[in-house]
Design a protein around this ligand. Structure first.
Ligand SMILES: NC(=O)C1=CN([C@@H]2O[C@H](COP(=O)(O)OP(=O)(O)OC[C@H]3O[C@@H](n4cnc5c(N)ncnc54)[C@H](O)[C@@H]3O)[C@@H](O)[C@H]2O)C=CC1
Ligand SMILES: O=C(CO)COP(=O)(O)O
Length: 332
């Protein structure tokens, strides 16, 4: 088995490390020559995962054709806004019958498509049954340090998903399978938006009550949208739903939570993002999820609040008052 990971940021490098750590030869493709050189020369991705030694089975390149040569498993780990372009460029080097695992968490801003829908839009029909999505609570830094992690791999064909599950399974990385791609994708994407709200609440000095309320009502929003798109509601109480939501809303390792925290302290979004130096999907996805919810006629007040804060510079204190003063109603 030879694997190729497209995207040499924190998540692509961590997933390459899981595979490389069990001896699977992995080629990591990245666009940044300096990062790629350092991975090959020093076995370290100093820009995204400093201080973590990478397995010797990982090689890196900036050449997409070379990266995909002989690949028997392809993992997509670029941010969601880059997936379409990267797959368009990779398409002629991809072969039917090779599982393609999307590990990006997002909804395309221009089309409101999930990553699986984008891939189905770009790739020929015979490749569609081989598309999988990897989600669940999994910070790259912890995965790359071999700290115990459980994830969900969703795919249409159980035979394919089980194969991918087996390839990724190690003593510290435990994948479960699912056939609910939509549920897993919506869970993975919307939790980033809710995490901005949870971070904001903590940044404003609100307490545990507020955070727990945001997580719980956030899960209600996520489930509503997922079910409207055809998902099984139970998926959202699993790793790719509640699991990832709780992780991202409560740990300071989360970049989305950190964006919210900074906004809650009155800092400017651009400054917070510059300091982060990495992608926080919830920023762009506040727009895509909010617009998708409007289109699908799904009520998502927390998402709407985050959209206004991030994209319309709405004052945080006013946003909180708006949320609390909505019409009172039954919980379910
Ligand atoms: N870092 C994490 O803990 C986890 C991240 N994810 C998801 O993985 C995806 C990737 O995120 P990270 O690796 O964390 O981001 P990152 O900010 O650490 O790295 C992003 C990488 O993508 C590359 N990139 C950006 N635009 C590109 C383009 N147009 N073409 C080619 N490469 C491009 C950058 O050069 C960089 O190497 C996101 O959707 C994120 O939500 C999912 C689970 C965990
Ligand atoms: O998706 C993640 C963990 O599962 C990473 O979350 P952040 O992008 O907020 O760091």
């Amino acid at each position: 088995m030879r694997a190729t990971v497209l995207g040499a940021g924190s998540w692509g490098t961590a997933l390459a490390s899981v595979l490389g750590g069990k001896g699977v030869p992995v080629t990591l493709w990245g666009r940044d020559a300096e990062v790629v050189q350092a991975i090959t020369r020093d076995h370290e991705n100093a820009r995204y995962l400093p201080g973590i030694k990478l397995p010797a089975a990982i090689g890196a390149t900036t050449d997409l054709a070379r990266a995909l040569e002989g690949a028997e498993l392809v993992v997509l780990a670029v941010p969601s806004h880059a997936i379409r372009q990267v797959v368009i460029e990779a398409k002629r080097h991809l072969h039917a019958g090779v599982p393609i695992v999307s590990a990006a968490k997002g909804i395309e801003v221009e089309t409101h498509m999930t990553m699986n829908e984008v891939l189905e839009d770009v790739l020929p029909v015979p490749m569609h049954p081989y598309l999988c999505f990897l989600g669940g609570p999994s910070f790259a830094k912890e995965v790359a340090r071999n700290l115990p992690t459980a994830v969900t791999i969703a795919g249409r064909w159980e035979r394919i998903t089980r194969g991918v599950q087996a390839v990724f399974h190690t003593q510290t990385f435990r994948p479960y399978t699912s056939t609910d791609i939509t549920g897993c994708e919506i869970g993975g994407c919307v939790k980033n938006v809710i995490a901005i709200a949870a971070g904001l609440s903590d940044g404003m000095g609100y307490g545990g009550n507020a955070r727990a309320a945001l997580i719980t009502r956030g899960l209600t929003e996520i489930t509503r949208l997922a079910v409207r798109k055809g998902a099984n509601p139970l998926t959202l109480s699993g790793l790719a739903g509640m699991g990832d939501l709780v992780l991202t809303c409560s740990s300071d390792l989360s970049r989305n939570r950190r964006v919210g925290f900074g906004l809650g302290q009155g800092r400017k979004l651009e400054e917070i993002q510059r300091e982060l130096g990495q992608v926080a999907e919830g920023v762009l996805n506040a727009r895509s999820v909010h617009e998708l919810a409007l289109k699908a006629r799904v009520d998502m007040p927390i998402t709407q609040m985050v959209f206004r804060l991030v994209h319309e510079s709405y004052p945080p204190q006013q946003a909180v008052t708006d949320l609390m003063m909505r019409e009172i109603k039954s919980e379910i």
